[in-house]
Design a protein around this ligand. Structure first.
Ligand code: ADP
Ligand code: MG
Length: 253
């Protein structure tokens, strides 16, 4: 097998990146082996899954490509999540310190260090921090496909557009082979004009790349505090159905 690498990216915070990364990873793990990698210094993928934050992502980023070929080393950074088929390389605030080190490494660094791992799992999913910079670029470059969650509120278009522009730059200037899988509208509320207008704007700009929206829902907020994914906390909720539909699209991509 060769793992499909998927990066969740948007330079804006609070748009549902981590929620999307964790939900996607857990859903795909029903039938596939999945490795979730948290590149955000906030380390919330682990928290979301009810496990502790660790420095795995930091070590992953600062190792040289030579030592990375030692697959055992990457194995020492992965943790079980207590869910079958779902492993994580967690992060914590130390990931922020890797930001400077990584600037000295080539744009394909993150993809290269994972190469030995690509035949060990079916999907590698990166959650990223709300910033544009060296790490973000390398996380995008590592991906076969990028998903841009985008809150349906004022100015949402701008941050999504910037992220997509970064991707275009990487394709044109850095020979990145991946592409945009989709824009995922989040925090959707069809009762507010802001949300509806924002959907309209997104569709005008990104056309068919705009996926079915994830509605704003309290259960998505609640499941965090319990360390459960939406599929554990509220499997019958509309949010679980929406994330299931989304994950199926990603799987078939
Ligand atoms: N569709 C949604 N409806 C309501 N709350 C949401 C939704 N998606 C995410 N949240 C909550 O909003 C906050 C930010 O989401 P998060 O996934 O951490 O965004 P990001 O990773 O982009 O910063 C979290 O508290 C999360 O539980
Ligand atoms: Mg996050």
């Amino acid at each position: 097998m060769t793992a499909k690498v998927i990066t969740i990216s948007n330079q804006k915070g609070g748009v549902g990146k981590t929620t999307t990364a964790v939900s996607l990873a857990h859903y795909l793990a029903r039938k596939n082996k999945v490795l979730l990698i948290d590149l955000d210094p906030q380390g919330q993928c682990a928290t979301n899954l009810g496990i502790k934050q660790e420095q795995g992502a930091f070590y992953l980023l600062v190792i040289s490509q030579v030592s990375a070929r030692d697959i055992d080393f990457i194995h020492t950074l992965t943790r079980e999540t207590g869910r079958e088929n779902l492993q994580i390389i967690p992060g914590d605030q130390m990931t922020g310190s890797a930001q400077t080190t990584i600037m000295d490494k080539p744009v394909n660094h993150v993809r290269e260090i994972l190469k030995p791992f690509q035949n060990q799992v079916d999907f590698i999913i990166f959650d990223t921090s709300p910033s544009l910079g060296g790490l973000q670029e390398r996380a995008i470059w590592a991906a076969d496909a990028v998903i841009v969650p985008c809150a349906t509120e004022f100015a949402s278009l701008e941050s999504a557009a910037k992220t997509v522009k970064t991707m275009q730059g990487l394709r044109l200037e850095k020979a990145w082979k991946g592409g945009l899988l989709g824009i995922l509208p989040t925090f959707f509320d069809d009762k507010t004009r802001e949300s509806r207008n924002s959907m309209k704007d997104l569709k005008e700009q990104f056309g068919e790349k705009v996926m079915q929206p994830i509605h704003a829902a309290t259960v998505l907020r609640e499941c965090w505090s319990t360390g459960q994914t939406i599929f554990e906390y509220a499997p019958d909720s509309r949010s679980a159905q929406e994330y299931e539909l989304f994950a199926q699209q990603v799987k078939n991509y």
